[in-house]
Design a protein around this ligand. Structure first.
Ligand code: ASP
Length: 438
């Protein structure tokens, strides 16, 4: 049995709904389907979820929202009519509308996008609709109660052999609805796959898979055919927009292969994500790099103190101050008498003056320097481990192109090398590295 999750762009209109049915019908093992709410049909269109957030704001401030609601209804009605479905969705839309009152929470309202889409998709596929409120249980802190959730879905699967599940939401212990953060239907699909020990989890979207670099920076980047969960974590953390970051945990723990596939091009291989690969092809072995990702707008705070290494609590005291200000320190490159904190500029500038003043007062360094406009670029690849010359090639390539390196980091598992460059060198660095490694 496979769990197939379809994202909003794959469900944006009746025409796409028909493509989804072809995909599901072409493989009888696709018995569990998870859906997002309808996404954008064109670049200027709206996602139904965004419209529902706006409805909630209107209700809260007692402003009429008939136009927005009608816009939402038209989306579902178009799909129903294009796919020749019954008029039942009209009643569902009416009952959702009458349940939307000032007592409704934001989560109650935005969850209806997936709920209504799952009702329609269930009818379209001839599968059973199984509400997320029946099986996806959250703890009060917003984490998933996996034990209760898995047990509930397994019970439901005994009765419903073919089901459509709405993504994105579940229930709190008090019965109220709760949603994941945006893009959370990916997580619902992963939980369903793990609960039901699926053969694989397919995440259907509007791209061919994960690309080796951001297509907004590199023209036609190559597709990553196979990537490990660790590599994916590194690439996603460093800015590659792939899946909701909580997607990996359930499938990884249950050792379930995860595929990213393209609804518009179902026969394309897509990207396969697994714990490890034992059967690497010759071509794969020849390529050290899996992908390149990066993020702009970092600040480097360099704290210097003569004989710093003799003061063994110095670094800890500075870090305690950053903790007090809730600053996420992403890297800590160091030398003998100084060390630096690499922090996203946006979060630092909430409190930069107070933060620096506290370091000065409590740790009495000789100097504190703040340098902004730094970008981090990560070169990620499982085959870099024990491969000689990869960092040499990175530095040589950047040097040859006149790009100055501000900082260097390599994790001891040798799966990534991170370099800091000035923001103005961000795009040239990624392009240059991509070209030299592909
Ligand atoms: N519809 C929700 C969103 O737009 C959840 C999802 O699509 O995964 O974020």
């Amino acid at each position: 049995m496979k769990v197939a999750k379809f994202g909003g762009s794959s469900l944006s209109c009746g025409e796409n709904y028909r493509k989804v049915k072809e995909i599901v019908d072409s493989d009888p093992s696709r018995r569990v389907v998870v859906v997002s709410a309808p996404g954008k049909r064109t670049a200027n269109d709206n996602k139904v979820t965004d419209l529902l957030y706006i409805c909630h704001a209107h209700i809260r401030y007692k402003v009429g929202y008939d136009d927005i609601w009608n816009n939402i209804c038209e989306r579902y009605l178009e799909i129903a009519s294009a796919c020749g479905l019954s008029e039942g969705i009209k009643d569902s839309l009416n009952s959702v509308r009458s349940s939307m009152t000032s007592a409704s929470s934001e989560d109650d309202i935005v969850s209806r996008g997936e709920y209504l889409n799952a009702l329609l998709m269930a009818e379209h596929l001839g599968y059973d609709f199984v509400d997320a409120a029946q099986w996806l249980f959250f703890n009060y802190d917003g984490t998933v109660d996996y034990k209760k959730t898995y047990a509930a879905l397994r019970e439901l699967a005994k009765v419903h052999t073919h089901m459509v599940l709405p993504g994105f939401y579940g229930v709190m212990p008090d019965g109220s609805l709760h949603v994941f953060s945006r893009g959370g239907s990916d997580v619902t699909g992963a939980i369903a796959a793990a609960a039901l020990s699926a053969e694989c989890y397919e995440n259907w979207t509007d791209v061919n898979g994960i690309l080796m670099a951001d297509p907004k920076i590199v023209r036609n980047p190559k597709l990553i055919r196979r990537v490990t969960f660790n590599e994916l974590r590194e690439l996603s953390f460093m800015g590659a927009e792939v899946l909701h970051e909580d997607t990996v945990f359930p499938v990884r723990q249950a050792n379930i292969p995860l595929y990213i596939k393209n609804t518009k091009s179902p026969s394309s291989a897509g990207t396969l994500i697994m714990e490890s690969f034992t059967d690497e092809s010759e071509e794969e072995r020849a390529r050290f790099i899996t992908g390149i990702a990066g993020k702009k707008h970092y600040s480097i705070i360099t704290v210097s103190k003569n004989r710093m290494t003799d003061d063994i609590s110095f670094i800890r005291r500075v870090l305690e101050i950053s903790e007090r200000y809730d600053l996420h320190v992403e890297h800590i490159p160091s030398s003998i008498d100084s060390f630096s904190l690499v922090i996203a500029t946006k979060s630092l500038y909430r409190c930069v003056h107070a933060f620096v003043a506290d370091i000065q007062k409590e740790c009495q360094p000789d100097s504190i320097k703040v340098c902004d406009e730094v970008s981090l670029v990560a070169v990620v690849g499982r085959r870099m481990q024990s491969t000689k010359g990869v960092s040499g090639k990175i530095f040589g390539t950047l040097g040859d192109h006149g790009i100055n390196i501000r900082l260097i980091e390599q994790g001891s598992d040798e799966i990534n090398i991170i370099i800091g460059v000035m923001d103005c060198d961000f795009i040239p660095a990624i392009r240059t590295l991509y070209e030299s490694f592909t």
